[in-house]
Design a protein. Structure first.
Length: 136
């Protein structure tokens, strides 16, 4: 009797684990993969200028193709550190926005960075930013 009970518990455990794995895989397959994260597939981002002097310049951030009237959050992705929030705005009724960063923080050293714009509904767009010591 004890042996039968042990086999039933083992079989039940295997069934529960199998169902959990299958269900988890099903839930994960319905989630957005990195290539599917953009809710607004045509979202784009542009910087003016794309090349800036460390610590001094202002920067215009322009976006389009976002969901109309949704807030947009913009940050600079900094390798091996916390990302730096540089502002945001609401997309207008056609899904576009523009705002000016009056001065980039002095903690942004010369190098190449990625600027990331994310809307509240998950649409994303990126643009490269080149920070230099001097404009030649």
């Amino acid at each position: 009797m004890r042996r039968l009970l042990t086999h039933k518990i083992t079989i039940l455990s295997v069934v529960i684990v199998t169902i959990g794995l299958l269900t988890g895989v099903a839930w994960a397959s319905n989630g957005a993969s990195p290539s599917q994260q953009s809710v607004a597939p045509g979202a784009s981002l542009e910087l003016d200028p794309q090349k800036v002097l460390a610590g001094l310049p202002s920067l215009n951030v322009l976006g389009s193709g976002f969901t109309p009237d949704k807030p947009i959050f913009v940050e600079i992705i900094v390798p091996d550190a916390s990302n730096i929030s540089i502002g945001g705005d609401f997309a207008n009724s056609s899904g576009a926005f523009i705002f000016t960063v009056p001065k980039l923080r002095s903690v942004i050293f010369p190098g190449v960075y990625t600027v990331l714009a994310t809307s509240s509904d998950g649409a994303i767009a990126t643009a490269p930013l080149l920070v230099v010591e001097s404009l030649k």
